[in-house]
Unconditional design. Sequence first.
Length: 319
Amino acid sequence: MGRIHAISVKSLSGELLGIVDINEAAKALHVPYFSNIDAAFSLLKDKIDAAIIATATTTHFEMIRRSIEHGLDIFVEKPIGINRTEAEEVVKLVHNNGVKLQVGFHKRFDADFVKFKKIMEQGDLGQPLMVRFVARDPITPQPPAGIFTGEAGAIFYDFVIHDLDMSNWLFGLPDTVYSDGGVFICRQYGEVNDLDTVIVELKYKVGPLVIMETSRSSSYGYDVRAEALMSGGMIGMRDYLSDNVFTISNSVIRTAARPWFAERFGQAYRNEIEAFMHSLSTGEKPTPNELDGFKANILAEAAAKSLINREPITVSEAL
């Protein structure tokens, strides 16, 4: 993600002053390279306006804190913290120090999801009754470097959180959260107390039933979809394919290869960085911001608790 965001900054005529990465491959971007954050802050402290944080999930809070210490505005990949304490502290730090923070919930900047929301809000199809989000990653036998594992329900903070934010973006915070899941294919996730496949159900007092299906065990590749059953019809969002033409022979359907996330959401990643840079130049508060990040963390925490306690969690009691 760091490389993707760095390329976006450069393509948008932003001045990329340096990259901090333990992987020296980052030197290929042809900007000043640093192997640790202290060296970067020491040399660039009087030149930097903002920091983009795309480090391992468990380091986000510390990177946010240190960036705020230097008075920097921040773009940070989700989540803003790996628990409620970190998320609450981020909100306090941002507010007390008068900096801007934008969270990398890229689906808000994807043209398909934006259109999905617009059609729903126009009201021509009535009210939403049931909304379904699907997010499936290709099978990853080993937990990828940098993702959050080691606690029950870590998948909710590191993966499901995107669709939790989608539901919050569309409908606000739900009344209750219920989750279930297991380790079906990638046994290594179970060894680090995590899951490879989960479902989450959100219920609203006034609003639709929202269902999320999230898996790290898709044998056929990357898949992102959404649909809404409306009182007067439905809204569907198919997964993006580079070629929608397919053939069938011998009972086998053949289509173009499914793209990975960098291709599927490439424009959305650029759009969110453009929005962040716009907020820096205008002084406007960015969205999604630290409060959106906090709400998503609360829902992730509720989903994790539901999985452990085997019961729905009331969100108002978690706030």
